[in-house]
Design a protein around this ligand. Structure first.
Ligand SMILES: Nc1ncnc2c1ncn2[C@@H]1O[C@H](COP(=O)(O)OP(=O)(O)OP(=O)(O)O)[C@@H](O)[C@H]1O
Ligand SMILES: [Mg+2]
Length: 277
């Protein structure tokens, strides 16, 4: 086993079925491959980025790694420590328990729960990725251990300083946060779990430059202070240049090219087919 690696994605294939209407007006199902043959390595303690056009299949790959979709074929080995976990076939909940945390493209913040409840249900030692069960349990039992509350408070302080809006708004519904604040809350929640590998789907989408700078700081904190590994999807190439150690370009169902972000931005195929420059 190569101890530098935390994730080895090997020959992943994934198809979906779509219903099409042919020239004679007859409709039929057609299978199409989104991921033809994906090979990709994620190095421990580093920031790895995945870029590619809209609809290339990036989120689909994250859905497979985190157990939301089954793959048609291939293998994903996850090495949180000396153990090797074969990810395919495990439920999303088990994968989260094994230490793969995820932030979704749309944040997955529970709008009608308070800021604090959103943190508490993210605690992997509790119910991890089963938010409804965990919040029901917590409401029914009415007690949250002091420890978990302190953990959430300390995360807010570590990430945003002593005087921060999240502590002030901890008992307000999450829907009262701005979009940028919801993104930051989504990142803060990841520290509640006992994760080793974080999958971030477009962390900077729809947020202003000040929040983008904050997100860079948080990713740095995840990796440098907490020793986590980050694998992220992005369209913002200047962000990728600033935060990522490695970059993979997905096109036509494969990883068309891999290297440092500087290599990828200078690659003629990437410039022509993705960046349009
Ligand atoms: N559950 C599904 N059923 C059918 N098709 C799907 C499903 N999920 C994704 N697809 C299709 O797979 C393709 C890849 O989608 P995916 O969301 O992975 O792209 P993406 O690279 O993340 O794009 P973006 O940059 O826009 O987020 C698209 O054509 C999409 O319509
Ligand atoms: Mg996507």
């Amino acid at each position: 086993m190569n101890s530098d690696l935390i994730l080895n994605i090997d020959s992943i294939r994934k198809s979906f079925v779509r219903n099409i209407i042919d020239l004679r007006g007859k409709d039929e199902d057609e299978r199409f491959y989104v991921l033809e043959d994906i090979d990709l390595l994620v190095r421990r303690g580093k920031v790895t980025s995945l870029i590619g056009g809209n609809g290339a299949g990036k989120t689909t790959l994250f859905n497979i790694i985190s157990g939301f979709f089954a793959a048609d074929d291939g293998k994903i080995s996850y090495m949180p420590n000396s153990e090797v976990v074969e990810v395919l076939g495990l439920s999303a909940y088990k994968i989260a328990r094994k230490g793969i945390g995820r932030m979704f493209q749309d944040n997955h913040i529970f709008q009608n729960m308070t800021v604090f409840e959103n943190m508490l249900i993210a605690d992997d030692n509790f119910f991890g990725e089963r938010p409804f069960e965990s919040i029901m349990y917590y409401r029914k039992n009415g007690v949250i251990e002091k420890q978990r509350i302190e953990k959430a408070e300390n995360i807010f302080i570590d990430l945003f300083g002593e005087d921060n809006p999240f502590l002030k708004m901890k008992n307000e519904k999450a829907k009262n946060l701005s979009y940028g604040q919801q993104r930051l809350l989504g990142l803060a929640r990841l520290l509640m779990g006992d994760y080793k590998l974080l999958l971030l789907d477009e962390p900077t989408s729809g947020v202003n430059p000040v929040v983008i700078e904050k997100i860079k700081e948080i990713i740095n904190y995840f990796v440098k202070t907490k020793g986590l590994t980050v694998f992220l999807i992005e369209h913002n190439m200047s962000f990728v240049l600033d935060v990522a150690d490695f970059c993979h370009f997905m096109s036509k169902g494969i990883i068309a090219t891999s290297g440092t972000p500087e290599d990828i931005i200078g690659n003629p195929e990437v410039r022509k087919n993705y960046l349009g420059i």
